[in-house]
Design a protein around this ligand. Structure first.
Ligand code: NAP
Length: 235
């Protein structure tokens, strides 16, 4: 089977009802991709969907729930006829002022549940569809907080879960080498959202730039990398 054209590939963005996820979904829709807005609340997703050009859909998606993940991917494939682009954007548990020595098991597990396992569940469900068409792009929206080189050593549970997401990226990319599926992680920068706060220097559209670039890489693009501002950034 020959690989399909990137430009018509359907995309699913997790946590797309607000913040950077909404900007990624909007950007991909404006590039002509059919876009599925993954959100825990359908009505939240519908608000964005009504503003998007082209083909779009809202899909209920809680990435901490395996059944929800499975159902969401099935709905997208049924509606759009496939799934080429997965942006694992949903994230949380930003424990900025916590001390690593005081993080409880519950807090650590909550961070891993959303930032690592959520993306892992999504990848597991999406990969068979990408492998089947020998084309796919997986973008894990991580953070420099999860970088061994760059982390400011704050937000411990969050940072550690993002470091784990970075390692997941490396593993999945290695597994999918030569499959036509490119897998990368990125940091969107410090972005004005509920998580980033009002002092952040970037707009959600700015923060969406690198994830969108990775979601639409050409076939000879990188895989298994960590990027910020469209450039390699240290792990
Ligand atoms: P945000 O404004 O807090 O939005 C988080 C999104 O994730 C919301 O749509 C939220 O949905 C969704 N979400 C949370 N838990 C979920 C779950 N269990 N299932 C599905 N969706 C869930 O955050 P943001 O700033 O846009 O961040 C987006 C990504 O960028 C995150 O992965 C974050 O770690 C990363 N990042 C952000 C910054 C920054 O400066 N903002 C910097 C570095 C990295 P609800 O509306 O239902 O809560």
């Amino acid at each position: 089977m020959s690989a399909p054209e990137c430009k018509f590939q359907p995309a699913l963005v997790t946590g797309a009802n607000r913040g950077i996820g909404a900007a990624i979904a909007t950007g991909l829709a404006h590039l002509g991709h059919p876009v599925a807005i993954g959100a825990r609340s359908l009505s939240d997703a519908d608000v964005l969907r009504r503003s998007l050009p082209g083909q779009s859909m809202s899909v209920v998606l809680d990435i901490t729930d395996g059944a929800s993940v499975r159902q969401a991917v099935t709905e997208v494939v049924d509606r759009f006829g496939g799934l080429g682009i997965l942006v694992n954007n949903a994230g949380g548990h930003y424990d900025l002022n916590a001390r690593a020595s005081e993080v409880t098991d519950r807090e650590a597990l909550d961070a891993l549940e959303i930032n690592l396992l959520g993306a892992w569940r999504m990848v597991r469900e999406a990969i068979p569809h990408m492998r089947a068409q020998r084309w796919g792009r997986i973008v894990n929206v991580s953070s420099r907080a999860g970088s061994f080189a760059d982390s400011e050593r704050n937000a411990p549970a969050y940072s550690i879960s993002k470091a784990a997401l970075n390692m997941l990226t490396v593993h999945i990319a290695a597994e999918l080498r030569d499959s036509g599926v490119l897998v990368n992680a990125c940091c969107p920068g410090w972005v004005r959202t509920d998580m980033g706060g009002t002092d952040a220097d970037l707009s959600p559209a700015d923060g969406a730039d690198t994830p969108i670039w990775l979601a639409t890489l050409p076939d000879d693009g990188p895989s298994g990398g960590f990027f910020a501002e469209r450039s390699n950034t240290p792990w």
